[in-house]
Design a protein around this ligand. Structure first.
Ligand SMILES: NC(=O)c1ccc[n+]([C@@H]2O[C@H](COP(=O)([O-])OP(=O)(O)OC[C@H]3O[C@@H](n4cnc5c(N)ncnc54)[C@H](O)[C@@H]3O)[C@@H](O)[C@H]2O)c1
Length: 346
């Protein structure tokens, strides 16, 4: 029997040809992931962060995260996302802040089965996580949404929120950079010609009458103030320390993707509150997976304020990358690279 080992390499175009920009598909896979996660059929070791200073230095010098994960059930694949964040890339080099490579491994032999661009999958799965949360936690007839941060993530956040809440008619995009607001509007107007898209540099103005608020910024200071929050809103904290503590406390239901991982990472609003003894696991309504599996209710009234914060798990990337890989096999896309022809040592 040949002991040659090959893996499939997929570049970004091929990953896209395999459906990575299909938000309905990615949300379906992410919802399945959360169901498996809640049943204890996933493994998400803590992220390892390589950085050139303390947590605050990430805004300048960036970081690279190693995010391994395993997803069981029908996905049954292990893997890792190796994702760099360099916040100065867009301004300094015209390159995205985030860039990622994802490796998939057979859980049986441990051998690699695929290496692919993980940048698109990462942004899409981050959007999809909010999308799945919005499906259960936002008002079904929400019309207006505010997106704070006109970067990569909010493009996929918008795709996901619109998929989860099709009644959405109007969005406001806010950023401290007017250029980024204008670029965002120009891009999204082509994708959503029937939607009203406004721009602002004032977060307060954006949030004022929104039914859904998504923050995906590189801000190190809280942006969302508690007295801006109205009844019935769904809040999604995608970036780090973006909400005032009192804004989180104002929510009737606090939901996270993975409490343990969020506290370990330690840089998002609920994690900072936990560090200061102001929030603990018992203050949570639930993790998202329990809601997906029907163990806990999602939104129960029009008036409820729901707050969701996701730290993100490498296993989510594995779940979506496996679907992309299966599609590549059936379409015959990608290039096989040889790891070895014969193992040197056994
Ligand atoms: N939770 C997750 O799973 C997950 C996954 C991926 C990225 N993220 C986080 O999402 C955030 C956004 O990522 P991105 O790829 O879109 O980054 P990006 O650099 O493309 O965009 C971030 C934008 O935030 C803006 N900004 C900074 N401070 C602001 C403020 N006070 N008010 C309004 N806008 C402000 C910046 O000007 C920039 O345009 C990052 O913090 C990233 O780490 C989270």
């Amino acid at each position: 029997m040949s002991k040659q080992v090959k893996f499939l390499y997929l570049n970004q175009d091929e990953v896209i040809q395999c459906g990575a920009l299909d938000m309905s598909m990615v949300m379906e896979q992410i919802e399945l992931f959360f169901s498996l996660h809640d049943k204890g059929e996933t493994i998400s070791p803590d992220k390892v962060t390589l950085r050139w200073g303390d947590a605050d230095s990430e805004a300048i010098h960036g970081r690279i995260n190693a995010m391994p994960g395993f997803v069981g059930g029908e996905i049954n694949t292990a893997g890792i996302k190796w994702i760099a964040s360099k916040p100065q890339n867009p301004m300094k080099y015209g390159l995205p802040r985030g860039s990622a490579l994802t490796i998939l491994n057979s859980p049986e032999t441990g051998l690699p089965i695929a290496v692919m661009d993980g940048t698109v999958i990462s942004a899409m799965r981050t959007g999809a996580v909010t999308g799945v949360a919005a499906k259960y936690l936002a008002n079904k007839d929400a019309k207006k949404a505010a997106f704070i941060g006109a970067g990569t993530q909010n493009h996929t956040q918008l795709m996901a929120v619109k998929t989860a809440v099709p009644s959405l008619e109007e969005i406001t995009i806010c950023d401290i950079s007017e250029d980024r607001v204008n670029n965002f509007i120009e891009f999204e107007k082509k994708r959503h010609p029937h939607m009203q898209i406004k721009g602002t540099t004032s977060a307060e103005e954006a949030v004022a009458d929104a039914d859904i608020v998504v923050t995906a910024t590189t801000s190190l200071k809280p942006i969302i103030k508690s007295n801006w929050i109205k009844k019935g809103v769904f809040l999604a904290n995608v970036g780090n320390y973006e909400f005032e503590f009192d804004a989180v406390k104002k929510a009737n239901k606090i939901i996270v993707d993975n409490w343990e991982a969020l506290v370990h990472r330690g840089i998002q609003t609920p994690a900072i509150m936990a560090k200061e003894g102001l929030l603990s696991e018992k203050d949570l309504h639930s993790e998202l997976g329990a809601i997906v599996n029907g163990k806990k209710p999602g939104r129960e009234s029009k008036e409820e304020i729901t707050y969701f914060c996701a730290v993100g798990m490498g296993a989510e990337d594995v779940a979506v990358a496996k679907r992309v890989y299966d599609e590549a096999i059936s379409k015959g896309l990608g290039v096989y690279l040889t790891l070895w022809n014969e193992p040197l040592w056994i």
